[in-house]
Design a binder for this molecule. Sequence first.
Ligand code: FMN
Length: 184
Amino acid sequence: MHRAGRRRRLGLIAHVLIAHASKRGSTAEIAEAIAEVLRQAGHEVDCKPAEDVGDLAACDAVVLGSAVYMKRWRGDAKHFLRKHGHELSELPFWVFSSGPVGDPSTTPDPAWLEPPRIIDRAQQLGVRDHVVFGGRVPAEPEGRIERSMVEHTPAEYRDRRDWDEIRSWAQRIASGLDSPVAAA
Ligand SMILES: Cc1cc2nc3c(=O)[nH]c(=O)nc-3n(C[C@H](O)[C@H](O)[C@H](O)COP(=O)(O)O)c2cc1C
């Protein structure tokens, strides 16, 4: 308790918003894993769907993540970036995309992994880092396209989320926040 109070006075505890846009839940689980690491590092974390975020007034830092479908971010994440661009330009913020499934030795078109225009915009706003995490095909596919995708994806590559990689990235964010200057 005392330690937390001292860290707060020193400006070492950041209020971090993690906003995610997920259709079938796997990106939301990545966001929760990142939240857990940041909480363990002593920060205050709100992890919620991008569509539920009002304003960023109470935030010291933001992580924005979206699933990628047909080379695009989910609409809620795109909307978040547009709506909060000005606030983001004044905050430390990080971005992740999640999507690739299937055999990792095949090299997909980079635009399949991260929408280039989104990343350009994030960079204009001063994003600290942007990464792509493996995704997961829906556990219970709906419709012809999803069923075909699951059928054509070898079972061992249906969930390519690498939790160690995700937690390491979150740890780097925590380290980046661990100075009053970074969190200011
Ligand atoms: C119809 C369809 C299109 C997809 N398009 C892409 C894509 O363009 N790039 C990519 O990396 N992953 C793509 N994926 C894989 C998804 O991004 C992956 O399943 C992701 O983990 C889904 O996230 P969610 O569970 O949060 O919705 C696609 C999946 C489906 C079903």
